[in-house]
Design a protein around this ligand. Structure first.
Ligand SMILES: NC(=O)C1=CN([C@@H]2O[C@H](COP(=O)(O)OP(=O)(O)OC[C@H]3O[C@@H](n4cnc5c(N)ncnc54)[C@H](OP(=O)(O)O)[C@@H]3O)[C@@H](O)[C@H]2O)C=CC1
Ligand SMILES: O=C(O)C(=O)CO
Length: 319
């Protein structure tokens, strides 16, 4: 019962599977050697995160494979329908990382609103005189409280973002494929709950009325969701965060909008050409960047590991 966790697996998942008699291999096998390795070791379960591509070649040439597991949400690196047609179970961990991604959105928002990403780069490089100048230029920060946040994609992560935003005293507007009302249950640390109804609105309205925009849709097949025409609709001085997928925003249009001050700042956890952002993105003083670490908290990794282990044991009926 061999499991190859090719992009790593949290100790929680390794322990849970090992206890049930699985052999978990965490060696990183290169994309080119994967078919041979799986066949040679008779791997029944292949676990990946976002790095390993599980395309037709692997699905067609690895008859021992029974389960393909994605530690995460987006399965754009797996030919899901094709694998399922071939009788392979394809699993992921949809709810395990929502809170972590939502918290990263606010890390980017606070960073941009108070110039943290720029001051972290510059302070180590300046002397006393420049320090005073920097201090002056950073004296134009803004608060989040009382501002409107536009959430595009009101699924699991979008709703977590809404909960935090409501707690911060922000107004929440949202757009989603599913038009209607999302009822958000907000839990406080003293275990009290309040219910808040949020109506979804057409995308154009959300773009028009938001001070901050955050994207939580899957990879889009129909090109950029946010490009030049969408930036034009937005308020002057808007900020935008993308913790969904690179390619949802047109990065050239974003750079232009930042340079013209249409957009105050951007926060990107994902970008086109991962893992190497373009020079323009990498060096822009108004972009706060993280290397696709939305789900990479200790807590989310622990939940992802356990969720995968539970699903594998349930499919293979090993308890
Ligand atoms: N940065 C990171 O590390 C991580 C990134 N992600 C990314 O975040 C994405 C969202 O995750 P999650 O919230 O769990 O997913 P959900 O499926 O719960 O929510 C996505 C929502 O977006 C809606 N949607 C899809 N396309 C559009 C569109 N064009 N316009 C408006 N709404 C749309 C969906 O509607 P419908 O269901 O009807 O299509 C759905 O309600 C993932 O697909 C993944 O790509 C996820 C985890 C970690
Ligand atoms: O879960 C996802 O979709 C991510 O992008 C993180 O791996």
């Amino acid at each position: 019962m061999k499991v190859l966790a090719n992009d790593g697996l949290d100790q929680s998942g390794i322990d849970s599977l090992t206890e049930k008699g699985f052999e978990v291999i965490t060696k990183k096998v290169s994309q080119d050697s994967l078919v041979d390795y799986i066949n040679e070791h008779k791997i029944r379960t292949l676990l990946v995160r976002s790095a390993t591509q599980v395309r037709k070649d692997i699905i067609d040439h690895c008859p021992s494979l029974e389960i393909i597991g994605r530690g995460g949400v987006g399965m754009d690196n797996i030919d899901v329908d094709y694998a399922r047609e071939k009788g392979i179970h394809v699993i992921n961990t949809p709810s395990a990382s929502s809170e972590s991604v939502a918290e990263l959105v606010f890390a980017h928002l606070f960073s941009g609103a108070r110039f943290l990403q720029d001051s972290n780069r510059k302070i180590p490089l300046v002397g006393d005189v420049e320090f005073a100048k920097l201090k002056k230029s950073y004296a134009a920060g803004i608060e989040l409280r009382g501002k409107t946040i536009g959430i595009i994609g009101m699924g699991r992560i979008g709703q977590e973002v809404a909960r935090i935003a409501l707690g911060l005293g922000m107004r929440v507007v949202a757009a989603d494929n599913n038009v209607g009302r999302a009822s958000i249950k907000v839990k406080f640390y003293n275990n009290q709950f309040i219910n808040v109804d949020i109506e979804t609105e057409p995308l154009q309205q959300v773009l028009k009325h938001s001070d901050f925009i955050t994207l939580h849709v899957p990879a889009q097949k129909e090109g950029y969701m946010i490009g030049e025409p969408e930036f034009e609709i937005m308020k002057d001085g808007v900020a935008i965060i993308n913790c969904s997928r690179g390619g949802v925003i047109d990065e050239s249009a974003l750079i232009k909008a930042l340079d013209s001050e249409k957009v105050r700042f951007a926060g990107l956890d994902v970008f086109i050409n991962e893992p190497t952002p373009s020079k323009e993105v990498l060096n822009h003083s108004k972009i706060s960047l993280t290397p696709h670490t939305g789900a990479s908290t200790l807590e989310a990794q622990d939940r992802i590991g356990l969720s995968l282990a539970e699903q594998i044991s349930s499919i293979l009926q090993i308890h």
